[in-house]
Ligand binder design. Sequence first.
Ligand code: 6PG
Length: 469
Amino acid sequence: MTTAHIGLIGLGTMGASLALNIAEKGFDIAVWNRTTSVTQGFKAQAGDLFPRIVATETLADLVAAIEKPRAIILMVPAGPAVDQQIEALRPLLDPDDLIIDAGNANFHDTNRRAEEAKVKGPRFLGMGVSGGEEGARHGPSIMGGGEKADWDRVAPVLEAISAKYQGIPCATWMGQGGAGHFVKAVHNGIEYADMQMIAEIYGVMRDGMAMKAAEIGAVFDQWNAGPLQSYLIEISAAVSKATDGARPMLDVILDKAGQKGTGRWTVIEAQNLAAPIPVIEAAVMARNVSARLDERREGEAMFGAAPQPLAKDALSIAALEQAMIAGKILCYAQGFALIVAASHEFGWDLPLPAIARVWREGCIIRSTMLNDMATALEQHPERGLMLAPFFADHLRAAVPGLRATVATGVANGLALPALSAGLAWFDMMRTGRSTANMIQAQRDFFGAHGFERLDLPGTGLHGPWGGHM
Ligand code: 6PG
């Protein structure tokens, strides 16, 4: 029997694609799925890659088929299935063997599994993999977490299978424990936000400007040749232009968005860290609202439909493009600031420019702008994207378009939650004298919480409302 270089468990869409990718890069791979017919069918359909695949029928066979020290990738549904698989493998493996969880795990679970691995063995890596089926098959973006030595051991395989940006592999070790899965969660949060902002702009064109889906697709195509070039703009053009018979495909798709929960994890974590990510929060909120279709229909019946057609020339396509550019910069500024907050809190040293670089190819949020973000984060690591000179210039140019879009949306019942949240955050972040003095006065009035004064030194000062406290 061939001794495989690496093993893989879970031949669903992502696992099967990843296994073929690994085989194609010249590594023999042993695979196992809990349904043996799936394993056999996978090998039977592997075509030219057939000789590189070792199909195994039991976990013991899988383990026996891999060269030592072994590395086994798990591509099973996130959650209890991962723990069950680790439990089943543990007695069969040597302490030096390595289990790599490549699913969309919650990074807290990955932290826990990494700690358990230190006590019970074998070794453990948590690895975020982005790019969907196509990415897994031909080159995903890979965000690794765990012991650096373990990453280094499998890096040749991971770099070989990853996407390449101008020849540079999009596979990077992010830090200890759950660092890789945390970065993947932020990726997904940003993915939600990018998608939501595109959907909002689509709504302005469809409901405000009465544009047909194909016309909207042409606008996205045009934008994809400029600063907004990205996979998500590209596929938004494609889906806008697609038809179902005579009808645009978009026009027959129910407006109720699904979600597997990774965006929600990002928002919950950001709240735990007191890191403001309002664009991502708005995107997750919008998915939740979209799911409440019956209530939305009742709302429309009671109050009338919100979106109103815009007056001619109320908003230009150029203003919408500027809105998207500004919204995107603000969203990523928030996402990277969340990464900084997590890095401090969890004792990681998350490499901001490297994260921007690993997202340049292979993953769902890949875009030209990420290359400029990597440069800005390298040049001004302490400033954040909003204050980095390159993006500050872009914001100065693009915010007027964002403001016009949001203002027109508000005036005409076009809900733009993510874009509005980005603008509000931007305005707050350039307001030296905020309104939190009112909050402090209220807190002191009802709870004697104390405040600081602008004109006097000291903390824990109180207002002249003693009799009412
Ligand atoms: C990726 C994607 C992927 C994600 C789903 C969509 O990076 O390849 O983020 O991991 O799970 O494609 O997720 P939702 O079902 O939550 O929209």
